[in-house]
Design a protein around this ligand. Structure first.
Ligand code: UDX
Ligand code: UDX
Length: 460
């Protein structure tokens, strides 16, 4: 009997990257068996229900379409490794918190442990695909671990960084700007590369599938994230100048973005960028530069992070300053806690830092968010007594002195702001960290409004 599936694909790490990516491959390629494994059993159980472990628009539909047909979830990692022909690895690679490189270098312990489990369980040759973002030259190290054990099994390690953004993961996977596949340029490397190209070619136009050497692929991911973050820090730095000079950052963004060499996307001034990638990847880049003695280059990229911290700090300082230099005992409501809209992810969200700063000023902090309250509770678990979590934005704002928009959820734009105003303490303040609210209308209602990089609308 011919085998049921043409290829057996495995992904180790069923998180924000592994989950959606495998769901897309399974959906577009019914001829392949796609299995996701994870050391976290609860996560694997959740993937098998309609309460997925992550919130991502369109993902449930994709998972439902393929689950049980050719998309499977398991916790038996060794058995799944044994069976697989191609193994994607998307386990987390957080910033190291200890020892050499603490606070900068990537912590590769999960990656290395995964490589060793692959080695231990494998009985035939396999292709290993780096999906996690890793420091340049990690593939080389992994290949040494995998291929120098004396075992008669050969591994080819490819780098296939994932460029999806959370909140738009399904759309990004369905129609990526590009897919990047790095391999060694040997016969076996090129053959493995072709096998991965063939998978993506099931739905991605061939001209969007780029191939390169492994190091270029690894570095391109770090560089792409650094460039994106740099744009945000650039526009945020100009927002500070706007506030001083009464220029308007929305008008400035529009004017510079219409230059096709600059482009209009990723020019929204904000309370600062968050997410699991930008900070970690820039720290990684800085660490690599320092490793090679390139201190000027390291400082250049480090400054992107410094501006981001400055912008978050500035937001709280403005709140304090405008609210008569004290927020002690005042109820302050954070609208949104996710690091961006359309996700429940709160990793590195500016909300964490802002909430903590306000708590240090002895404010009564209230957090509301349509998707991220569970994660918000986790992030603030040491301060649960001092923070209120309220899914309903109207109830959250009741009795507050100020509302601060942290996440650009559409629903905040469309609230009945008169009702919000009526229920708040007076004078009522709005600090719009995302510039999404109708500022003149809020001012007419009676709010004092403080946007980012735009003239403040004060009632007094
Ligand atoms: C991860 C990395 O953080 C990032 O560097 C990379 O770009 C892509 O992969 P993400 O999917 O957002 O990003 O991380 P997360 O949602 O935390 O998922 C990682 C999963 O790996 C977790 O579910 C974790 O339980 C799992 N894991 C971790 C393993 O299965 N085995 C391990 O040894 C470690
Ligand atoms: C990013 C990259 O975009 C993606 O390609 C990579 O694979 C992972 O890292 P992600 O972190 O999920 O994706 O979201 P992204 O849309 O890049 O937003 C990152 C942060 O920047 C968010 O906090 C967002 O609110 C902020 N941002 C984005 C701004 O402040 N202004 C902008 O104009 C754009």
């Amino acid at each position: 009997m011919p085998p049921l599936f043409e290829k057996r694909i495995l992904c180790i790490g069923a998180g924000y990257v592994g989950g959606p990516t495998m769901a897309m491959i399974a959906s577009r390629c019914p001829q392949y068996q796609v299995t996701l494994v994870d050391i976290n059993h609860e996560k694997i159980a959740a993937w098998q229900t309609d309460e997925l472990p992550i919130y991502e628009p369109g993902l449930l539909r994709l998972v439902q379409e393929a689950r049980g047909r050719n998309l499977f979830f398991s916790t038996d990692i060794p058995a799944c490794i044994r069976e697989a022909d191609i193994i994607f690895v998307s386990v987390n690679t957080p910033t190291k918190t200890f020892g050499e490189g603490a606070g900068k270098a990537a912590d590769l312990q999960y990656w290395e442990k995964t490589a060793r489990s692959i080695l231990q369980a494998s009985q035939h040759d396999k292709i290993i695909v780096e999906k996690s973002t890793l420091p340049v030259r990690t593939a080389k190290a992994m290949e040494r671990i995998l291929n120098q054990s004396g075992k008669k099994v050969r591994f080819e390690v490819l780098s296939n960084p994932e460029f999806l953004a959370e909140g738009t993961a399904v759309r990004d996977l369905e129609n990526p700007d590009r897919v990047l596949i790095g391999s060694r340029e040997t016969d076996s490397g090129l053959c493995a590369r072709q096998q991965l190209v063939d998978i993506y070619a099931n739905w991605v136009p061939r001209e969007k599938i780029l191939t390169s050497n492994v190091w270029s692929a690894e570095l391109s991911k770090l560089a792409a994230n650094a460039f994106l973050a740099q744009r945000i820090s650039s526009i945020n730095s100009i927002s500070v100048l706007c506030e001083q000079t009464h220029a308007d950052i929305v008008e400035v963004s529009r004017a510079i973005g219409m230059d096709r060499r600059i482009g209009s996307r990723f020019l929204d001034a904000s309370v600062g960028f968050g997410g699991s990638c930008f900070k970690k990847d820039i720290l990684n880049l800085v660490y690599i530069c320092e490793h090679y003695g390139l201190s000027e280059i390291a400082r250049y990229w480090q400054s992107v992070l410094l501006i981001n911290e400055y912008q978050q700090n500035r937001f709280v300082k403005t709140m304090l300053h405008e609210m008569f230099n004290t927020v002690a005992g005042k109820r302050i409501t954070l609208f949104g806690f996710a690091f961006k809209k359309d996700t429940g992810d709160t990793r590195e969200s500016p909300g964490i830092w802002i909430a903590r700063k306000l708590l240090a000023e002895r404010a009564q902090v209230v957090v509301t968010d349509p998707q991220a309250l569970d994660n918000a509770r986790q992030e603030l678990k040491d301060a649960l007594d001092a923070v209120e979590f309220e899914p309903d934005p109207y109830r959250a704002a009741r009795g507050a002195h100020a509302v601060a928009v942290i996440t650009e959820w559409d629903l905040y734009r469309d609230l009945a702001w008169e009702r919000v105003y009526d229920s708040m303490e007076k004078p009522a303040f709005v600090f719009d960290g995302r510039n999404i609210l109708p500022h003149p209308r809020l001012y007419d209602i009676g709010f004092s409004v403080f946007p980012i990089g735009r003239p403040a609308l004060r009632q007094f």
